[in-house]
Design a protein around this ligand. Sequence first.
Ligand code: TXE
Length: 499
Amino acid sequence: MTNLGQPRQSGHHIRGSASAPVEGRLFERRSPVSGAVVARYADGTAEDVDRAAQAARAAFDTGPWPRMSGAQRAKILLRWARLIGDNAEELARLEVEEVGKTVRFARGDAAGMADLTEYAATLAYEVHGDAYTNLGERHSAVVHREPMGVVGLIVPWNFPGLIYCQKVPFALAAGNSVVVKPSEFTSATALKLTQLAEEAGVPAGVINVVTGTGPVVGQSLVAHPQVDMISFTGSTAVGRKVLEAAAAGPKRAHVELGSKAANIVFADADLEDALDGTLFGIFFNQGECCVSGARLLVQESIADSFVERLVARTRALRVGDPLDERTDVGALIHGDHLASVVRHVARGQEEGARLLTGGARQDVAGLPEGCFMQLTILDQVSERMAVFQQEIFGPVLVVTRFKDEDEAVALANASSYGLANAVWTRSLDTSIRMARRLRSGTVYVNTQIDGAVQLPFGGCKGSGFGREMGRAGLEEFTQTKSVMVHIGKRVPFFGAKGE
Ligand code: TXE
């Protein structure tokens, strides 16, 4: 069972953990696996956001963090990365308990948190500007690369720790201070990671965490006048609200939103690898993954046999208790989300899609309140259907057949989203052409949901804009300042006096 013991109880983390008593109203987080209360968190208010923003402001305006050398910040961030590694099993188990993801993959998430932090630390050495020494004898200019100031970070529930680490260490490496708002379903790892950061030497006030709901805490954070920039990951609907509120500032906003990635299988692919990748692409993290390969586009000549094998392999996967090491797919985040996934499948069938397997809530022995979903495949799906266009964010794969490369490109790009797509082929030419023609921030070739901390990650079209990870992921949290210097006695701007 996934309950680690007594429910945890935490207040916000403002200006250092010691100064954050649990006071005021609390909200509960119930395990999506057992239904038991696993945690109680402070239900944040606009006043809490104000305290956190003022703490971050003071840390930025007068504290040591932005005044340290890049090397000093790097050393602290490296210590943080090591502490994350030392606490990886606890971080993984907190994720299992609140998200419902399997412990096997949650361990991968925890390792990723340490890797991201370590990489961000190395970037801290390299945050620098530019010099222009080619402006003639009388001028010289330098371009500073400076932190944005106070950054508000809004994090979703599907990869709470990993997405925190795609944002916070990078913002910190550049010298910013931050206010983090975790999802109300998954606050544990943000609080734990922040506590570890301070243990590593990040000064109090540099990272503040306010728990609570989106409409109260999230909205107050975006609107707060002391917050210079927002970085948001979540749904497209909320992303629009965040952009509207940021425009009123105006302030910079970086948004990573929904997706409906295509997983394109050509007849010449290594079909065993493609099968394995297709399964992982849709069922990893219960399909609650922004880059899930949720639309299988398969070439007509191999489609029937490929889909038949896919259904057989899908039925062999284990859905169940995420703490059981043999489990492949855990629970969805909460009951309302499970109901929404089931509704999407029913709508697909109404629109003419053919249900090949799954389609309903899954019973798991001993876990009657678990939010489990049967692994689902819908065939005969066309471009005009809602299940082809809308992000379901669950273990539901929709299948569409294509004749040739042009049709595959047209179908893949017939989406309002553009975060990621995958291509399976043995042809080098096809893979390069496809990588160029697909409209998304990432293209996987003969792999799925793969990457490296050095690679920028983000979307185009309705999936948002801005990048996380890579050098770009640090520069996102900086701005330039041009300093123009005149050398020697000036020739007067308005000519010499008395002339
Ligand atoms: O997202 P929300 P939810 C998609 C996916 C999923 C759907 C809903 O399709 O089914 O979004 O998920 C905070 N001002 N993705 O409900 O509501 C909220 O508290 C400011 C894709 O979790 O967008 C949480 O911290 N903030 C995705 C965060 O925004 C607000 C990951 C995301 O919540 C707010 C997750 C407001 N008015 C869901 N309202 C991805 N790209 O990976 C809510 N929030």
